[in-house]
Design a protein around this ligand. Structure first.
Ligand SMILES: Cc1cc2nc3c(=O)[nH]c(=O)nc-3n(C[C@H](O)[C@H](O)[C@H](O)COP(=O)(O)OP(=O)(O)OC[C@H]3O[C@@H](n4cnc5c(N)ncnc54)[C@H](O)[C@@H]3O)c2cc1C
Length: 436
């Protein structure tokens, strides 16, 4: 058996259902779920549903083309947001305390089940001490599915079993997973109604399992861990001042403020390389997109608030009814607020992608197809930041693979992280000077 060596894969697992059992998902040496092929290559049919396909069919080549097909009725368009109905910020009164940010995902899933709009959810839930996608239908237990999990999961089983699932399904997923589902629907239109609603989880990068190993060790756990929590809120502090926590073998719970391990997102530590070729910041192909309100006016609220982009009339109706019925404390906001809340992600994912493509081509890679309208030249200084980020990201995975010990990791990575901080500072200074 061969592990698919392509670096440009986040392990969504859609290819499995198109492979006549020559592919299954397994862990690679860097802690990502990847397709394993029995015959050493991914069949052409399977590549068609790959969100990182280098040669997609023209009609569905990118997020814009797919949005024309699946969200063609949306009233509005913005180059950053994609097709949409409305933009909001706020929280669910019942669900925010047990959720990652505003609890809107849990609220929407509950409404979909209660109104029998869908019969099942396909969401990420606890399984054998860790997390995996699972089918869920018990609305009375809805709060057990809350919170986002930053560990690799895969949709592999949904599409292997979907023929035997009675009724309609709602699915949550990050941008590349949602894109893969849309591609699957395109090639199998009978799934358009069956997969009835998509909740898009705005994603700043797909992390390797090493990320969780590192956090568990940094929290003080020596050995196995389970039941990890990625977003423990601090109501007495700011929204971004959350903690990681996990149980050790003796069921003692260890906690770690994320601020103690530094910037795990902007630095790209433990991130999949595929994410550097995804330009969909706001999960443009979902019915509704949800993320954190990383904005100065919402940050002081340690309970968290969600940014919300509705892209279909059904999604927009659910939000409006929630506001009217008082289940949601949510206000309409200008669309630019949503873009502002994810500004660093736009800068990296969209502004830097042309430069990263050029670098990867020089290394001889065949690259995922990237929509042309987002490609722009970068300044020399931003190019240097991009190079240092690439080095830091790649080294973090290799370093943990070679020596999975948090103290060694911190020591070995400190040079690369220092250089990254320095070049980023110089870039920001130069940008400020240029503006002046
Ligand atoms: C890898 C990753 C990176 C993220 N990066 C950003 C970012 O850069 N900026 C930002 O604003 N927000 C980011 N988020 C999203 C943010 O963490 C919240 O999940 C989002 O705001 C929804 O919050 P909520 O309170 O409405 O969700 P909740 O009400 O807590 O519900 C979350 C739902 O998502 C499901 N779920 C859990 N884990 C996953 C998963 N891995 N994939 C799919 N579904 C899952 C759960 O089953 C649950 O139904 C990221 C999430 C993930 C998983």
């Amino acid at each position: 058996m061969n592990l698919f060596k392509g670096e440009f894969c986040t392990g969504c697992g859609l290819c499995v259902s198109e492979s006549e059992q020559v592919i299954k998902m397994d862990w690679d040496e860097y802690g990502f779920l990847k397709p394993v092929t029995l015959n050493g290559y991914i069949p052409e049919e399977a590549m068609k549903v790959c969100p990182f396909n280098p040669e997609p069919e023209a009609a569905i080549a990118d997020e814009d083309k797919l949005a024309d097909i699946y969200l063609g009725t949306a009233n509005r368009f913005d180059p950053g947001i994609g097709r949409f109905e409305n933009t909001y910020i706020g929280y669910s009164r019942n669900d925010r305390s047990i959720s990652s940010s505003g609890g809107i995902a849990t609220y929407i899933f509950e409404q979909l089940l209660r109104s029998k709009t869908v019969d099942h959810l396909y969401i990420v839930k606890e399984m054998n001490g860790t997390y995996a996608y699972q089918l869920f239908s018990n609305v009375g237990d809805i709060q057990r599915i809350s919170k986002t999990r930053y560990i690799p999961v895969t949709l592999e089983q949904l599409f292997v079993k979907i023929e035997h699932i009675e009724g309609k399904i709602a699915v949550s997923g990050v941008a590349c997973f949602i894109k893969a589902i849309r591609l699957k629907q395109y090639y199998h239109p009978e799934l358009n109604d069956k997969i009835h609603f998509l909740i898009g989880i705005i994603c700043g990068g797909w992390k390797s399992r090493f990320f969780t190993d590192y956090l568990a060790q940094s929290s003080g756990i020596d050995g196995h861990y389970h039941g990890q929590e990625y977003r423990i809120k601090d109501v007495n502090s700011t929204a971004s001042d959350y903690s990681f926590g996990a149980y050790d073998d003796k069921r003692a719970f260890y906690q770690l403020k994320m601020s103690r391990v530094g910037d795990m997102w902007g630095s790209g530590l433990f991130k999949s390389r595929a994410c550097d070729f995804c330009t969909d910041v706001l999960t443009e192909l979902a019915d509704i997109s949800l993320g954190d309100a990383w904005l100065p006016e919402y940050r002081p609220d340690g309970m968290g608030n969600s940014v919300i982009v509705t892209r279909t009339l059904l999604a927009d109706r659910l939000i409006r009814e929630g506001i009217e019925g008082n289940g949601l404390c949510v206000q309409p906001v200008d669309k630019n607020k949503i873009i502002e809340s994810q500004r660093p992600s736009f800068s990296h994912r969209q502004d830097g992608v042309k430069f990263r493509m050029r670098m990867a081509k020089l290394q001889g890679h065949v690259l995922p197809y990237v929509r042309r309208r987002v490609l722009k030249p970068v300044s020399v200084f931003y190019g240097i930041v991009q190079l240092q980020r690439a080095i830091t990201r790649g080294r973090s995975l290799k370093q943990w693979q070679a020596a999975p010990f948090s103290e060694v990791f911190n020591r070995k990575m400190s040079g690369a992280l220092k250089r990254l901080r320095l070049v980023t500072k110089i870039y920001h200074r130069m940008r400020k000077l240029k503006r002046l």
